[in-house]
Design a protein around this ligand. Sequence first.
Ligand SMILES: NC(=O)c1ccc[n+]([C@@H]2O[C@H](COP(=O)([O-])OP(=O)(O)OC[C@H]3O[C@@H](n4cnc5c(N)ncnc54)[C@H](O)[C@@H]3O)[C@@H](O)[C@H]2O)c1
Length: 331
Amino acid sequence: MINFNNKTILITGGAGFIGSNLAFYFQENFPNSNIVVFDCFRSEDKFANGNLKSFGHYKNLIGFKGKVICGNINNQKDLNLLSDYTFDFIFHEAAISDTRVYDQNLVMETNINSFYHLLEIAKRGNSSLIYASSAATYGSLPSPQVEGSENPENPYGFSKLMMDQIAKDFSTQNSEMVIIGLRYFNVYGPREYYKKNTSSMIIQLGHQILNGNAPRLFEGSDQILRDFIYIDDVIQANIQACVNKKNGVYNVGTGIPRSFQDIADILQKELGTNYKTEYFANPYVGYQMHTQADMNSSKLNLDFKPKFSLELGIKAYIEEIKRLHGTENLW
Ligand SMILES: NC(=O)c1ccc[n+]([C@@H]2O[C@H](COP(=O)([O-])OP(=O)(O)OC[C@H]3O[C@@H](n4cnc5c(N)ncnc54)[C@H](O)[C@@H]3O)[C@@H](O)[C@H]2O)c1
């Protein structure tokens, strides 16, 4: 285990879901680490799909004692604000994380171009760089999804696959560097709330039930399976990536696909309700019907073993789902 005390750590996207959880992990476990969060935070700007352009939220960082830099990864002037530091570790989470943004120009600029700059910053500082890739690189390839066989079906998935390729080339040219990509599957847990309707179905269905409504699912939801992974396991994958230094891109899932019906049923058990699920037609064409991370490479090379089943994850999360219920004033 690495002692992160006295290490300087950059977390891009640190006001977002996964980034803020990383920030608190280091703060709580390594109180003498120097943590710098870089995030553009949310503005009122929206994409054409009606969703906010960025989800970073100050409430994710209440209690954070490190440094915060508000900046845009697309803006060199903002990135220059990082030049006062030499980072031991960089966790690059900042991205357009909304898979339904079809402004290709903006997705590629934000997710790909900025990555070249982050790689250069890591090279200059001799920093280990752990970055967020995504299961969206697989599109709807049959399960289990294995690193090395990808077929993205939206601009977001393509941008993440390009990041993986750039990382691979960069790491070949700079073999002394540590550059590891983590292909997160469907992550859920505390601090995702401000992603609103791009947050996981776990919190969305939880709040539906707490509103006194029956869970509403697509028809055939017992057959729509995803690899849902709890945030604590995702944090552990990031830590393992720092410990085990075989450069590459690795799946971060549980390896066990579960249905949306399972989510609704487990939530009802935890919340003590017994509503009859309501079904409606799935409006999406090309909807992913089955994801399941092949975990062989992550086990072998990162020694990463997820601990939370869907049951355990929802149990750990349920009090926070209740606490957030009804706090509709998102500002
Ligand atoms: N949550 C998941 O299930 C999941 C799955 C696969 C991959 N990922 C990837 O993991 C990373 C973190 O995801 P998340 O769920 O925490 O999403 P998130 O949207 O909560 O976090 C992303 C953060 O990046 C910031 N950001 C966006 N554009 C920026 C810009 N131009 N400059 C600076 N900051 C910017 C946002 O404000 C936000 O705080 C992302 O790269 C995402 O693509 C997440």
